[in-house]
Design a protein around this ligand. Structure first.
Ligand code: ZN
Length: 225
């Protein structure tokens, strides 16, 4: 049966860096993936205006989603450079979770040190808890408890991970998706660093030539798999 998978990222490109190849494998198996970007990364330049950068990064995110076969991209457009989250933001994410009713959520891992990434982890986990019970009169939809939550790595490799996925068949799609982010890759070529990391994960986990690794934040039905 086709499952819904919901991935959250602080900025366009975070989801692709952390879990695009695993998502591509799930999409090939017939599952549905939706991306939610909490900010549009519009503060990431000193020379390009916020408005222009927002448009560029959102169109790059849509292109990348097309490459992967992602069904929908949702931009919440909260200000880039988050310093915290509000109750309104939490309610918006509770509503998304209750509407999509995902089998798996991918999100920034719990020990993230980059502030926006850490806040998105806190925000999503707090919304997952809020979505599960008959609370918050202002929210929509029926309570829903997400069975599996996996934390992905971005700029700081995970020290501890509990789950590794062989992505040898979909690493090329991940690289192609990342190449859509022209405004970000520029001279730093960080996509090459992530290919190197995937190769390192593949060798060290014995999973395959390339791998992505995850923090298992929650897995209710691990015994049924
Ligand atoms: Zn980011």
């Amino acid at each position: 049966m086709s499952k819904n998978i919901l991935s959250f990222g602080a900025h366009p490109d975070d989801i692709e860096l952390g879990c695009a190849a695993t998502e591509a494998s799930l999409i090939k198996k017939g599952h549905t993936v939706i991306h939610v970007y909490v900010t549009s990364g519009e503060a990431g330049s000193q020379t390009i205006s916020r408005n222009d950068l927002r448009k560029t990064r959102e169109s790059e995110a849509r292109e990348s989603a097309k490459v992967l076969g992602v069904k929908e991209v949702i931009f919440l457009r909260y200000p880039d450079g988050l310093t915290g989250f509000t109750e309104m933001m939490r309610i918006e994410i509770i509503n998304i979770i209750r509407k999509i009713r995902p089998e798996i959520i991918f999100v920034h891992e719990t020990n993230e040190t980059f502030p926006d990434h850490k806040i998105v982890n806190d925000l999503v986990l707090s919304a997952v808890a809020g979505a599960a019970g008959p609370w918050f009169q202002e929210t929509e939809g029926e309570p829903y408890s997400t069975p599996t939550i996996l934390g992905y790595e971005v700029w700081h490799p995970l020290n501890n991970f509990q789950f590794a996925v062989d992505i040898s068949d979909t690493i090329d799609l991940k690289m192609k998706a990342l190449s859509c982010y022209e405004s970000q890759i520029g001279p730093t070529k960080y996509d090459e660093a992530f290919k190197g990391l995937a190769r390192y994960r593949g060798v060290m986990t014995w999973k395959g030539k390339y791998a992505e690794v995850f923090e298992v934040i929650k897995s209710d039905n691990i015994l049924n798999k």
